[in-house]
Design a binder for this molecule. Sequence first.
Ligand code: BTN
Length: 331
Amino acid sequence: MDIQQRLVLAFTQSKQPISGEELSHQLGLSRTAVWKHIKQLEALGFTFEASTRVGYVLRDWPDELMPALVKPHLAPDRAGALGHLILWAAERESTNVTAIQLASEGQPHGTVVTCGVQTGGKGRRDRAWTSPKGGMWFSILLRNPCALSQAADLTLLASLAVQRALAKHGVNTRIKWPNDILLNGRKLCGILAQMRTAGETIDYAVLGIGINANFVEQDLPADLQGKATTILSATGKPVYRPRLLADILAEIAALYRLFDEGGGFADIRDEWLAACATIGSRVEVQVGREIVAGTAIDVDDHGNLLMLLDDGTRHRVHSGEILFQARDVIP
Ligand code: BTN
């Protein structure tokens, strides 16, 4: 954790005011350096109250996905836990791009890359993903997550994890097959998984998750108006993003353990189906260049969608075909 984040953590962990002297001792910095970091944090939205006799008190802070703000909500460090290394920046091109780069540099399993704003957020099918301030834009690095044949399970598990965590925060969503999250029938969250394969195994996967949280629908592009929503617009209330991120990471870690136990999507199919908005509705699915239209009737143990086509025939759409394109596999 960098100095600024350690400074914030010192405040979030202390119920008492902290003197400049104590901070400089804890962080191994001069008091002038501490003061400079405090000023920089103020520019990021932190409010401190300083009194000459007692020291500094943290009065208010932004709800950014910063390590020092997320950490107090994470479960104690244990094998398989995610997010014990969180790398935040006010702005990034795309958290997936950064996470892939960090993966190639050897960052550990469970590293989470977050940011305030994405300038080049990536969606599936080469679409841009609008990522203004107030959203939750993050990517999780998973090393050797599962066999290549289970790659689609990974993203299906992630959609259920996000749905579960949002419900804990009073935001009741449904999943649109394969892994979009809808609020009041409109898209709230998208997941972009990219991975590097080695034969039949996955060397690493980067699970990029974008949630339209604390900004208004009007900040989305015109072509998404009426199709996408945000937590703030739909519920009238913001969520506390650091806590929601910690809850999502805990849910993903819990579901991810299924792989270690030799399981996969089949183990969560019932819960996933109960949260799914697609079954029974009319769907059009783009498979390669083709559009297949019909009624969604089931999702099988492997996460594939079973459709009843207009001519009465049945058609199975493989989730992997929808979730991964050649360019999502990193050479
Ligand atoms: C989709 O098209 O539905 C997937 C959208 C995924 C967006 C997230 S935001 C965090 C991560 N970084 C990116 O550039 N994309 C993903």
